[in-house]
Design a protein around this ligand. Structure first.
Ligand code: HPA
Length: 271
């Protein structure tokens, strides 16, 4: 894709709304309810934007919600697409660049993830301190688009340290039990095997999922300040005896939704 393609997408959004967000938020599987509590000013469905990737997974909505959370102008992605759906990494991460072009400077990435760290349990929230991208193709492969960022972008502070400190303080003040750790992205769609989870633990990963890392790379490249929150929706394969099931992942996300929503709203207000 060329910069021009992104400009065409931006014009399609601008035909519907001129809303200028400060913060962009991506809501992961089962975590979409936050958008219902936003003082909504405009909605743009992904299928109204030319070339925009649309999710094929049940339970994933596909729209941008523009509005205010505690007076902060936000754009919320209710639903994202994943690499396992067959989209290229470039296409799966294109919404990040589009939200930057809309005016957003900060990005809150959220996901449902499998817990690898033995200290975690289903329903925990984890602040992402760093990530492992080595198991998926890099989304910046291909000709660099200089308008977005440099060919070889630095990745030494992907999940902005200043924001992380603020988030930990926010969690404490609101009595929210917040873990912290490293998130690894694998392609999916199959869940991991117990041996793969052992391998990931040995590499330093605390949680595993099928999103977020590629988005965080593209976001850093184009200058976003990034914050990442994982909802531990299940313990990863082999940690417990139970087989993994997408329904269980969604049910767990539903249970933790109120605390998750509170945390994201407070983060939005305070970063
Ligand atoms: N593995 C990968 N992705 C996931 C998991 C998991 O255990 N849970 C939620 N998303």
């Amino acid at each position: 894709m060329e910069y021009r393609d992104y400009e065409i997408m931006l014009s399609a959004v601008r035909e519907k709304t001129d809303f200028k967000p400060e913060t962009a938020i991506i809501l992961g599987s089962g975590l979409g309810a936050l958008a219902d509590e936003t003082d909504t000013k405009a909605i743009v469905n992904y299928n109204e934007i030319p070339d925009f990737p649309v999710s094929t997974v049940q339970g994933h909505k596909g729209r941008f919600v523009f509005g205010y959370i505690y007076k902060v102008p936000v754009v919320i992605m209710q639903g994202r697409v994943h690499y396992y759906e067959g989209y290229s990494m470039e296409k799966a991460t294109l919404p990040i660049r589009l939200m930057k072009m809309m005016g957003a400077e900060k990005l809150i990435l959220t996901n449902a993830a499998g817990g690898i760290n033995f200290d975690f349990k289903c329903g925990d929230l984890m602040l992402i301190s760093d990530h492992i991208s080595a198991f998926v193709p890099n989304p910046l492969i291909g000709r660099n688009i200089d308008e977005f960022g440099p060919r070889f972008p630095d990745m030494s502070d992907i999940y902005n340290k200043e924001i992380r400190e603020k988030v930990k303080k926010i969690a404490k003040e609101n009595n929210i039990n917040l873990k912290e750790g490293v998130y690894a992205q694998l392609t999916g769609p199959s869940y991991e095997s117990p041996a793969e989870i052992k391998m990931l633990r040995a590499t330093g990963a605390d949680a595993v999922g099928m999103s977020t890392v590629c988005e965080a790379i593209v976001a850093n490249h184009c200058g976003f300040k990034v914050c990442g929150i994982s909802c531990i929706s299940n313990m990863a394969s082999g940690v417990t005896e139970n087989p993994l099931d997408h329904k269980e992942v969604q049910e767990c996300a539903d249970r933790i939704a109120p605390v998750f929503k509170k945390l994201i709203k407070e983060i939005t207000k305070n970063i």
